[in-house]
Design a protein around this ligand. Sequence first.
Ligand code: SF4
Length: 465
Amino acid sequence: MKLRVETNRENTLNELEEVIRAFAPHAVLDMDGELISAEISEIIAGVHTSIRSSLAPEINREYAMEDGLSDLMKKRLSKRYLKRDLYDYLVILTGKTLSYGSLTGIRPTKLYYELISEGVDPESRLTDFFRVTPNKVRLLGDIVATQDGIIGAEPEKVDWFVNIPFCPSRCAYCSFLSEVIRPKKSNLPAYTDALIRDILAVPSSRPRRAIYVGGGTPTSLEPDLLDRILASIDAKGEEFTVEAGRPETLSEEKVAVLRSRGVTRVSVNPQSFKQETLDLIGRRHTVEDIFRAYDLVRKGGDFDVNMDFITMLPGESFEDFRRSMEIAIDLAPENVTVHSLSVKRGSVFAENGYDNRSDGLAERMSDFACDALERAGYRPYYIYRQKNTSGRQENVGYAKPGKVCRYNVDIMEETHDIYASGAGAISKRLFGNGRIERLAEVKEIRGYLERIDELIEKKIAFFKD
Ligand code: SF4
C-alpha cells in the first residue's frame, strides 16, 4: 500500500511518518500514495488538530494550553497532540492498536523520568495520552524502580568501552561492522597492537565505573591476543563485562584469561535453544555448544553471566520461544536480555527481504518473557526500542536482584562519559543540560589500522578539559 502524509508542521513530518510505519511497516511512503493530512493550528489559548484522508472519517480536536508554558514546551506538546491524534486515526483505519501507542523517537524511560520531573503521574499520562498499553506501562515502571540508586550514581566516574569486531561467522540478523575471521589472512595481531595503543591513550585520571569489551565476539581471539588486550585495560575490581556471544569460541584457557584479568561478567548468547533456528540464522554452533560454554564459565570463575535471546526468529513458534525461556530460567544466569528481531540495513535478513511481521506473536513472546522472568525473580532494568522490530516491541535487560549491569544502564540512559577504543567505537562526553558530544572512530578495520595515530591524537584532544 502506498501512503503519503502531509503536514503544515514540517518539523514533525519524520515523526508522523514513523507513526504510519509503526502501523504498516511495509507501507511505501511515496508522493503518489494515498494522502493523509495531519495539520495543527493555533486557536485562542490552545491548538486545533485535524487528521483527514479519503480512507476514514476525519478527526478534529481542540486542546487548551496551560498559561505559563514556554514556547519550547508548547511546541513539544503540539507535536505530541498531532502524533497522538494521527495514532488514533490509524487505530480507526486499521482496527489495530500498538503496545507503545504513539510513542516514537524517544526512549520510553527518558519520557518516564521527564514526566516525573514535571510533577505528572507517568503511568496515567503514558496510558491516557500516549496510549501505551497497561502491561508496557507496568514494565517501564518496574525498570525505573530497578534503576533507583543506580541511574546517575557516581557521576565523577567514567565507563570504558573496548570494541573487538571479529566473529567466527555472520549471523543473518547482524548489522554490525564485524569481520568474519579468516585464519590464513588474519589481521588480528595488527588489530591487537593498534587497539592496545588506543586503550593506553585513554586518560586514566578519572575513576572507572564499568568496563565493557564487546564486538563482535571478543572471545574469537586466541588466548594470547585476548590476554594482551585485557591486560592493557588493567582492571581494578570494577564491573568488567566481556562478550562471549558465540559459545563455540570459549575454551577453558580463554575462561582462565578472563578470570585472571579481573572480568566479572560474561555474556554467552544462545538467541534460541532450537537447533534448526541456530542453523537458519547462520550461527554455526550447536545447542550443546551453549551448554558447554555455560558450564565452562560457571566452573571457571565467579562470573555473572548474561544470556541474550531474540523473539520472532525465523520458523519459531510461541512454543519454541517459550521452551528457550524455560531452559534459560533453569540455567539461572544472573542476567537475561530479550531482544525483538529487528531487520536492519546491512543484514542478510534485509538483503533477502525477510518479512518479520508478527500479527501479535512478537507481543505474545515479549509479554511471556517478561512474566516468566519476573516470576523467576528477575527484574527488568533497561530498555531500548529500535526501528523495524517485529510487532514494534522492545529490547529489555533483566537481572537477578543486585546483579544489574551498570554499563547497560549508563549507556542507555546517557548518564556517564564513555571512553571508547577500537574500530567503530564511539566515545561520549556529557556537558550538562542534555548536551552530549560524540567522537566516532573509523569503522572499517583497514582504515582504523592505517589511521590509528591520527585517531589517538583526536581522542586525546576530545577528552582534554
Ligand atoms: S555474534 Fe553478534 S556481532 Fe557477531 S555476527 Fe552475530 S550478531 Fe553480529
